[in-house]
Design a protein around this ligand. Structure first.
Ligand SMILES: [Zn+2]
Ligand SMILES: [Zn+2]
Length: 257
């Protein structure tokens, strides 16, 4: 199992990094994790043909993770895609995503290729392909917004994931809210931990990495303003003289141990 970073930026649009996204290559299946603003261009810039993506998984609906979905589907149609595409969405927001696509005048029945919407549920295992699956858990990234919804109903869903493929596994934090979210999969086995660095302090990230005995820590979701977080991580004695911490850049390919 390998991953390739398509974007390693934060929610702040940058000329140096596309918004946070990566592809998991597991066996014959290529899963794009998140499809934020500019994803189609980010894939082109990273030499990934649209047809090579077998599935898209959405962690949450913030624009830097979701708002490129419609545009990407249009690119797939315009480049005459024929192979089936899976779209994995949390059951809490699946209804909205389907509506968003249709209200963007993208009619899946006339795409020329099949689109399979696949619902995943909190705390459950989802099979992507033979020997490739993920567990998803709800994290606290969106909790701070709940105070603004005083009338009516708005669905909140933001997931962290544990991916498993060919006897390897890795923990991907997704966008998180507090340091507690760094331990959502502490009862699971993983050697690689991929974490966002925009919403948690450096020491909390390092503590979680060490306590959970992961072997490789990969940092992503990085803005220029996050340089102090990166510096804080490398300043820790556990990081000195080791090659176990990677600050990802767009296009990086990482082999999962
Ligand atoms: Zn984000
Ligand atoms: Zn977010």
């Amino acid at each position: 199992m390998k991953i390739k970073f398509i974007g390693t930026g934060s929610g702040l649009t940058s000329l140096k990094r596309y918004h946070s996204s990566f592809i998991v290559f597991a066996g014959n299946y290529n899963l794009l994790v998140d499809a934020g603003d500019g994803i189609s261009r980010a894939l082109l810039a990273n030499y990934v043909p649209f047809k090579d993506i077998n599935g898209i998984l959405l962690s949450h609906l913030h624009p830097d993770h979701f708002s490129g979905l419609g545009a990407l589907l249009v690119q797939m149609k315009l480049t005459n895609r024929e192979n089936t595409l899976d779209i994995f969405v949390n059951q809490k927001v699946m209804g909205f995503v389907k509506k968003f696509v249709r209200q963007s005048y993208i009619f899946i029945e006339k795409m020329g290729f099949e689109i399979n919407y696949k619902t995943f549920r909190d705390g459950k295992k989802t099979n992507v392909d033979k020997e490739f699956s993920f567990y998803s858990k709800q994290n606290s990234h969106l909790d701070k917004y709940k105070q603004y919804v005083t009338a009516g109903r708005l669905r909140f869903s933001c997931n962290s994931f544990l991916f498993e493929g060919n006897a390897k596994s890795f923990f991907y934090t997704g966008d998180i809210g507090t340091a507690k979210d760094l331990y959502l999969f502490e009862d699971y086995k993983f050697n690689s931990m991929i974490t966002e660095i925009s919403h948690v302090p450096a020491d909390d990230i390092m503590d979680a990495f060490i306590q959970q005995k992961a072997k490789i820590l990969v940092l992503t979701h990085i803005s220029d303003e996050n340089q102090d977080v990166i510096a804080g991580i490398y300043r820790r004695p556990e990081a000195i003289g080791k090659h176990n911490i990677v600050t990802a850049v767009d296009g990086d390919v990482i082999e999962i141990l």
